[in-house]
Design a protein around this ligand. Structure first.
Ligand code: NAD
Length: 479
């Protein structure tokens, strides 16, 4: 019988309102587990448990918080292979990519263990004689964390770790497609010594659990990662109830390749950004903006490199690209392949569903050439292994095209020109800029986030996470 996994509420594992199976996208016959489905009463219970735990946790000893977060990080790192396998099985990243993500989650907890000790304030003189001024940071309260399916352990980790480090209580709602990693993380957190009610996990549908969280009067703040559509709805709900809100959303990230680029480097980083992790990264590049002099050689080299990519079961040794995560995402990818063809772009590689040894959502990495910036395939987030090449005259046009998007998460350039690299770093309208590196692939100790339609509110990760997960107090004392 498939194992059933319950919600974690107030330190107890509680049965759901039924259970939903979680299927392996590499092999639909493989059920990863059954996960509890929640409804509004479970959210009410979890928020009540978090509120009850908050007074003590909000003033808890920093050594206790350090120890708990460090312990969580150590267990994740010790079990990274097993957690990576679970991740690859439920989401479809290749095993090495999935182990890499689990490793990152472990280090995030260890980084934020240190942050418990580093939280500092300021002491200033008053403009009035005899008065002292202190500026300190305090936790925000009960935070609701809502996460997407594409990074099932790293994104929960980079929200949960700072929330706990800065002494907030948490109600976590993972994406319904991938509850397995979030549940495994909750199990590790539950055994870390953190008091009951400080961390709660409620699984189920976004329209039910997510909606109940964003509407709940007992929730002080919402940190969300997901699509622009859902993010916009959450921003409105949070504005109406005056909740603090942080949104990380979609991207349509450009990768510029200039005539002076090293061709091999440019092709390698384009393939990695556009197609690895099945193109299902918010930082993936889907617009490859290439100057005319290198365009023919670049397109040829891309086609050759793509022909060698192995698409197969995420757990198989040697697989470069795993399956698309779900039927709905596969349909969306294939729909955009048709849109690209109808818009007049040239389908240079891929574009078709693949058959493998097991029934899974396999899609050949897809490259359009001769595409133009106005095409829908260059304006809308597809979120799959589908990229298009745009030919431009020179650096100036490349920069203009790169910035001509409603999104602004990550922006990359391949060039050997210091002048152009320096100019691009300053003028790319994005939160992340990459020079001779893929647009995807970031460190865990520095801020992460974007501009325009990609992000809203304070940055996530690194030291900057405290902007969202703390609130500032200014205290005046008459000496
Ligand atoms: P999604 O918006 O469909 O879902 C995200 C989460 O919101 C899920 O947990 C979902 O259940 C929940 N949700 C859905 N409806 C809700 C509602 N009405 N109220 C509250 N919560 C609700 O996104 P997805 O398909 O899971 O993820 C893919 C998207 O995430 C892509 O657009 C991708 O670019 C984006 N993403 C962004 C980043 C980033 O850091 N910028 C990182 C990863 C993914």
């Amino acid at each position: 019988m498939t194992a059933q996994h319950d919600h974690l509420i107030g330190g107890r594992w509680l049965a759901g309102d039924g259970y939903a199976p979680n299927r392996n996208p590499s092999n639909l016959a493989d059920v990863v587990g059954e996960y509890a489905q929640g409804k509004t009463p479970q959210v009410d219970e979890a928020v009540a448990a978090a509120r009850a735990a908050f007074p003590a946790w909000s003033v808890s000893n920093i050594q206790a918080r350090f120890d708990a977060l460090d312990k969580i990080g150590n267990e994740i790192l010790a079990r990274k292979e097993e957690l990576g396998e679970l991740l690859a099985r439920e989401e479809g990243k290749t095993r090495p990519e999935a182990i890499g993500e689990a490793t990152r989650a472990g280090y995030i907890f260890k980084f934020f263990a240190g942050e418990c000790l580093r939280l500092a304030g300021e002491t200033l003189a008053s403009v009035r004689p005899g008065i002292g001024v202190e500026v300190t940071r305090e936790p925000v309260g009960v935070v609701g964390l809502i996460t997407p399916w594409n990074f099932p352990i790293a994104i929960p980790a980079w929200k949960i770790a700072p929330a706990l480090a800065y002494a907030n209580c948490v109600v976590m709602k993972p994406a319904d497609l991938v509850p397995g990693c979030a549940w495994a993380l909750a199990d590790i957190i539950q055994r870390s010594g953190i008091p009951s009610g400080v961390f709660n996990l409620v699984m189920g549908r976004g329209s039910v659990i997510g909606e109940a969280l964003i509407q709940h009067k007992g929730v002080d703040a919402i940190s969300f990662t997901g699509s622009v559509e859902t993010g916009g709805r959450i921003a409105q709900a949070c504005a109406a109830s005056l909740k603090k809100v942080q949104l990380e959303m979609g991207g349509k990230n450009p990768q510029v390749v200039l005539d002076d680029a090293d061709l091999k480097t440019a092709v390698e980083l384009s393939v990695q950004s556009a197609f690895f992790s099945t193109g299902q990264r918010c930082t993936a590049s889907s617009r490859l903006i290439v100057t005319a002099g290198i365009y023919p050689a670049y397109v040829e080299a891309m086609k050759q490199r793509m022909a060698g990519l192995k698409v197969d079961d995420a757990l198989k040794a040697g697989t470069d690209i795993g399956p698309v995560s779900s039927q709905a995402q596969l349909e969306q990818d294939l729909k955009y392949v048709e849109i690209g063809k109808a818009e007049g772009a040239t389908l240079a590689a891929g574009g078709e569903r693949l058959k493998r040894g097991t029934d899974g959502f396999y899609l050949a990495p897809t490259l359009f050439t001769e595409s133009t910036p106005a095409m829908r395939i260059n304006r809308e987030e597809i979120f799959g292994p589908v990229a298009s090449v745009i030919r431009v005259k020179d650096y100036e046009e490349a920069l203009a095209v790169a910035n001509d998007t409603p999104f602004g998460l990550s922006s990359g350039i391949a060039t050997t020109s210091l002048k152009h690299a320096t100019h691009f770093k300053r003028h790319a309208l994005a939160g992340l800029v990459m020079v001779n590196l893929p647009t995807a692939g970031v460190d865990y100790h520095v801020p992460f986030g974007g501009r325009k339609g990609s992000s809203y509110g304070p940055r996530e990760q690194g030291h900057y996470a405290q902007e969202f997960f703390t609130t500032v107090k200014t205290a005046y004392t008459l000496a």
